[in-house]
Design a protein around this ligand. Sequence first.
Ligand SMILES: NC(=O)c1ccc[n+]([C@@H]2O[C@H](COP(=O)([O-])OP(=O)(O)OC[C@H]3O[C@@H](n4cnc5c(N)ncnc54)[C@H](OP(=O)(O)O)[C@@H]3O)[C@@H](O)[C@H]2O)c1
Length: 333
Amino acid sequence: MARKSFKAMVVQQAANGKFIRMIVDKFLDELPEGEVLIRVHYSSLNYKDALSAIGNKGVTRRYPHTPGVDVAGIVEESVSDQFRPGEEVIVTGYDLGMNTPGGFGQYIRVPAAWVLKRPDNLSLREAMGYGTAGFAAALSIFRLQGYDVTPDRGEVLVTGATGGVGSLAVAFLAKAGYRVVAATGKLDEKQYLQDLGAAEVIHRDEANDTSGKPLLKGRWAGVVDTVGGNTLGTAIKSTMDRGAVSCVGLVGSPELPLNVYPFILRGVALFGIDSANCPMPMRRQIWQRIADDWKIERLDDLISECGLEDLDNEIERILQGRQRGRVVVNITH
Ligand SMILES: NC(=O)c1ccc[n+]([C@@H]2O[C@H](COP(=O)([O-])OP(=O)(O)OC[C@H]3O[C@@H](n4cnc5c(N)ncnc54)[C@H](OP(=O)(O)O)[C@@H]3O)[C@@H](O)[C@H]2O)c1
């Protein structure tokens, strides 16, 4: 029988040591073992995908490799009785796109334990409009809520607000009734952030204290931080009594300059967000929340769409911090 081929982005290391990206034909029998073969319809671009696409060994150890931590598609073959051919499914996180060939190709083969039936009320394209970024934003808010950070407690800060995680955190928090303060390096996007639901937009420098003070005036009931580094340290020092901070990203820095005072004097809680390994029961609950209460009416306003051929430019843009909102990758053609 003829081998079935499909198109995929492949990142590989050239002889000069540089990583290059190409769209190539691959064969289904080159995919790893797994119970479910999925025809990818949509993927999305996350910061982690861009790191994988430039040879970051903290994300991807082995090359050549196909990035893409997000997939929405249709089951083509399944040896698991949990899934049948023709079913619409999503896969986000686990090892997908890290060391397992991911969504920047027309097919993936993965363990059944990674696969989720498409939530009712979300199309495949919408699911990827949220993708890992939306899932991480929602998980961040779940953590704040689990520490009783309710809307009546005060304002919630979102850093890196025009990015994928940031935009969706602003929108979800606003839907959940919080007063959201969005910190951004792109003040020209103020209207975009207000349309998502931000009550106030501040420059990112205002959320990045350089005074060296061990504690700052407590302003935030909660924080969703995508930046890390001194911005995360500032956020924790500016969180009020019994407030909480979700640490979700590191676009600024992976370091955390801090002392213990916010924890022992104010009872501030710091939550680590690891969306990739979130257990399946909570994963289902979060996707259902995204599909129901937090579903964004004007999701298209924060999505741009590209195909595999244009993905290269989008990867460069996200690496430079120039993306706004989310990029959905249409893999159907
Ligand atoms: N923990 C998890 O489970 C999880 C899941 C998804 C993503 N993440 C992480 O979350 C972060 C954001 O991901 P994303 O996909 O939303 O990326 P993104 O779309 O590129 O958004 C990042 C935003 O951060 C701001 N920014 C960029 N460079 C900055 C810098 N040097 N200093 C301060 N702000 C900067 C920019 O927004 P402004 O111009 O508005 O400031 C940028 O749009 C990444 O670190 C990613 O790895 C973690």
